[in-house]
Design a protein around this ligand. Structure first.
Ligand code: FES
Ligand SMILES: [Fe+2]
Length: 313
């Protein structure tokens, strides 16, 4: 059923095993606000291309963008009567991916379908799961649900690294001190690895950090600093091996909207400090020492993460 383990060792390598496909995870496709009714949107995605649009009930649909007839890009087609119509010879595909109409009246080949990714809308983003069915839920932000915080989503554009390398930041507690200049970092005793994610919690009289990695491309955290709560989520979408598109969400408790710019400025600062390293790193699982034990656990988790390659793409 298309499930292949990545299993390849991360030693001395800096790329994802695309021969087996990309990890079975939830990936942001676009901002929810970018998806207008009646207008398909194309995105380069996981080594291929997808088209996203809203069905008649306004639910986001994400499908392979290549027409099975001659390979036209369906994202430059039209939405007609709730179906995606190819710009070339007007074959139409329904939200399940089946070809529903060919204008000539020719018999519709049974193989005339496009792969349909499970999709969800959450945190102001449209997400697609790389698999036939999701293995776990869309990323959560610890300590928050969409009704208890105000949040805004942003897309940062293309970056020259793999998503799982960027996400390793979330459990690299040393770099919070050395690169970001935060007070000597507190490390959680252990990481909890379950349900398609990794979670940890660190608390002191002065702060709280509750972090969660979902899949290999999203890191979210609830921070309490100086008695104030803030929430952030970073998520990357591979474009192809070695490059990805970055998205982030910032949030504060309901009623504290005026603090959003301050949280956004903090995210911008952390991102700017990480950028020179992430943009130039030739990642390898090198010489890990005792303080790297959580990173080592994360790398093992990535090595074992299952991959998927859609059948029609
Ligand atoms: S290429 Fe799409 S209908 Fe011909
Ligand atoms: Fe960082």
């Amino acid at each position: 059923m298309g499930v292949v383990s990545s299993k390849t060792s991360l030693a001395n390598r800096h790329s994802t095993p695309t021969a087996a496909g990309f990890h079975r995870s939830w990936y942001p496709v676009c901002l929810a606000s970018d998806l207008a009714a009646g207008a398909p949107l194309g995105r380069d995605f996981l080594g291929t291309r997808v088209v996203a649009y809203r069905d008649p009930a306004s639910k986001a649909v994400v499908q392979s963008a290549w027409c099975p007839h001659l390979g036209a890009d369906l994202s430059v087609g039209q939405i007609v009567e709730g179906r995606l119509r190819c710009p070339y010879h007007h074959w139409s595909f329904d939200p399940s991916g089946a070809c529903a109409h060919i204008p000539t009246g020719d018999k519709i080949p049974t193989a005339a379908r496009i792969f349909t990714y499970p999709s969800e809308e959450a945190w102001g983003l449209v997400w697609a799961f790389n698999g036939e069915r999701p293995d776990f839920d869309v990323p959560r932000i610890p300590g928050a649900d969409p009704s208890t915080i105000v949040y805004e989503a942003h897309e940062r554009g293309a970056v020259p690294y793999d998503t799982w390398v960027a996400v390793s930041n979330g459990v690299d507690f040393q770099h919070l001190h050395t690169l970001h200049g935060l007070p000597a970092a507190s490390m959680p005793e252990q990481l909890e690895v379950a349900g398609g994610g990794i979670e940890f919690r660190v608390e002191s009289p002065y702060h709280l950090q509750h972090g969660r990695i979902t899949g290999t491309n999203s890191f979210a955290q609830h921070l309490r600093l100086n008695g104030k709560d803030l929430f952030m989520l970073f998520s990357g979408t591979p474009i192809e091996e070695g490059s990805s598109r970055a998205h982030f969400v910032v949030g504060v408790p309901n009623g504290e909207d005026d603090r959003l710019p301050e949280v956004r400025a903090m995210v911008d600062r952390l991102t700017a400090e990480d950028a020179p390293v992430l943009r130039t790193i030739r990642f390898r699982r090198g010489l890990l020492t005792a303080s790297d034990r959580h990173l080592a656990r994360y790398f093992k988790y990535v090595e074992e993460f299952p991959c998927f390659l859609p059948p029609e793409r």
